[in-house]
Design a protein around this ligand. Sequence first.
Ligand SMILES: [Fe+2]
Length: 308
Amino acid sequence: MSTPSAIQENTTERIAILDTREPDAVREALKEHGAIVIRAGGAVSDFEELSNELITPMVHHSTSTTVERDVVNRDGTTSTVNKGMDYIPLHREGSYAPGCPDLLMLYCVKPADMNGPDDTGGQTTLCDGVELLNALSPKVRKFVEDAILRWSWSAPPERWMAALGAGTQDAAIERLNLLNGRLAPWEQLEAKFEGDTLHGVFQTLCVIPTKWGNRRSFCNSLLIYHYRQATDFYPKHMYVPTMGDGQPFPADMLEEISNLANERTHSTHWRAKDILIFDNSRYMHGRTGFTDTSRQIFVRMGYVKRES
Ligand SMILES: [Fe+2]
């Protein structure tokens, strides 16, 4: 159970707020709520210390160049969030490939300046995929619960090297074999090199079990793929989803899902030094567009450490 004195349900922000970085309290709150904000002050080093307690951090493939993100620590496990300033639709981080992170942890160095009290620019957004699934019409719910997604992608050398931590194709294949042995029962991976580009097809489910609580969640990256424009910061052509039979996801169903998701999407209301943590198997995340170039949010992501 969470520590009653340390947590409050904020009705404006619709997210549990914790006033401590004590790892056991954070773990318990995450298991219960799936997403929390820690509002306890602290520097980037405190954020990294907490994340090292909770997760084995990974390097995101998009840090392989400085186009999409900047790395801010020595081993590349802390980086800026996506550099664009556009609205980002909801998605599950890394859901198109094996080794998807369990948790995402964000640290607010500086929120976007607000142009008036109604300005909602630069907020990280969250949508509970469990709640969303329950809100779908019976027809769409049945469809997504049975749906298989296949993500086809191609990774140039800098990207597969960063994602796999491999300097050669042989090392990459070794790492892929390791990942293949760790796939969830509903996942499949086929990958091969053509020249120096790694091509892959990753099969997964549209609705997945949550990390904690044995719930089922509509948690995937269909919405970002279909509703975000390609930019320098979003190489959309690199990952293309289809249904298991190769057909595109039905547009009418996606529209219903998008509308219901938008009604259930809420903002973080960032304050400097806030830490946002969420279960990447339950909550989809995105961001509102903004214009303040001084907004700065750092991110770490990775795999939950076993509790000793
Ligand atoms: Fe993301």
